[in-house]
Design a protein around this ligand. Structure first.
Ligand code: SAH
Ligand code: SF4
Length: 355
């Protein structure tokens, strides 16, 4: 049996004739939330039977979901082979009403998706890294996370959500499948989520950033920088030995990005390690000439982690320094802390049980 969500519409058209059948199937799956092929009433019965034999459309089984006091929801899904991944649903902005109670703006949501089971990169601060690498997710397993979360939260089809590839795994180590997921997400008969609503976050695999740039998909890029000198970055992220800071900056400078958009630099702040004004100064120099915005992230501690959260004061001073030097800088609200859904706190279920 195969996952139908792994297929782009074009691929379906190649083996389901006539061509318009692929569009109909896409609409049933993504627009009308069909639960099985039997629901797809405008398909001939023989085709439905054939599809039933070869494909499934429900690659994810929800094992658990936890809702945080801030509204974010962490899902634990089981894949068909029994492996597990996590997906986080993040309410970003509340609804706005005018004085008469009319809705001016819908609430906004972001889905944080996993791209791999585990991760090969081995960053020393990250919980996902602890479980090692298990396997890549298929395109359909990535797409299904957004589809599931949207349905589960009763979000009407027409309302678009944003996607960040910031769950488990390094998306650029699974570039072919991530590329296909982006194509499936973007399809107008599918979820119709434009590439500019999708942000790929990477630990800085320069050669892969270059490849992603050459694909010119229109997605946004986020770099997990976390340190401004190679010595510290190597300690935090051993991958820096292969791809140092200079090589990342070079790849970013050549990355095609919409004129109005910026590359995001994620900067995980750890007490007494990278949170000084001296670091902020170096960061300003590094970002010179790049259309960048910086997102400061509180280090989220987990059992056994050797790093500490920085003081609020250091973080704010760091932010002010960047702002004073013309760089957009935000402090990431750490959502879902109470349910361990915050950045770097995601890991496979098997590993949770041996805590
Ligand atoms: N592998 C990709 C995307 C997933 S990680 C990457 O590294 O960019 C998403 C973000 O969570 C990264 O910026 C990562 O550095 C951050 N993160 C990892 N561990 C964390 C922790 N303990 N506290 C806060 N953020 C963490
Ligand atoms: Fe992998 Fe990202 Fe975690 Fe590093 S921070 S181990 S790249 S998931």
């Amino acid at each position: 049996m195969q996952n139908l969500l792994d297929y782009t519409k074009k691929e379906l058209e190649e083996f389901i004739k006539p061509n318009f059948r692929a569009k109909q199937i896409y609409e049933w799956v993504y627009k009308k939330n069909a639960k099985s092929f039997d629901d797809m009433l405008n398909l001939p019965k023989t085709l439905r039977e054939d599809l039933n034999e070869k494909f499934y459309i429900d690659p994810l089984k929800k094992i658990k979901s936890e809702k945080s006091s801030d509204g974010s929801i962490k899902y634990l899904f089981e894949l068909k082979d029994g492996k597990t991944i996590e997906t986080v649903w993040l309410p970003m902005k509340d609804e706005i009403y005018d004085e008469d109670g009319n809705l001016l703006r819908h609430s906004r949501y972001t889905v944080c998706v996993s791209s791999q089971v585990g991760c090969k990169i081995g960053c020393t601060f990250c919980l996902t890294a602890k479980g090692g690498f298990v396997r890549n997710l298929t395109p359909g397993e990535i797409v299904a996370q957004v589809h599931y979360a949207k349905k589960d939260n009763n979000i009407p089809y027409e309302r678009r959500v944003n996607i960040v590839y910031m769950g488990m795994g390094e998306p650029l180590n699974n570039l072919e499948n991530v590329k296909k997921a982006i194509e499936i997400f973007t399809d107008n008969d599918g979820l119709a989520i434009a590439p500019r609503r999708q942000t790929i976050s990477t630990s800085g695999l320069s050669s892969q950033i270059k490849k992603l740039g050459e694909m010119d998909l229109g997605v946004l890029l986020a770099i997990s920088l976390h340190a401004v000198n190679d010595e510290l970055r190597e300690k935090l992220m051993p991958i820096n030995r292969a791809y140092n800071i200079a090589s990342i900056m070079d790849a970013v400078r050549n990355f095609p990005i919409d004129m109005r958009k910026k590359v995001m630099f994620e900067y995980l702040m750890m007490d007494n390690l990278n949170d000084s004004i001296k670091d902020a100064k170096t960061l300003v120099k590094l970002l010179h000439g790049i259309k960048a915005k910086v997102n400061l992230i509180y280090f989220n501690p987990h059992e056994g982690s050797e790093y500490k959260r920085p003081s609020m004061e250091n973080m704010e001073n760091f932010q002010s320094y960047l702002r004073d030097h013309g760089i957009t800088c935000t402090i990431r609200e750490s959502k879902g802390l109470d349910i361990s859904a915050a950045c770097g706190q995601l890991k496979e279920r098997a590993k949770i049980s041996d805590r």
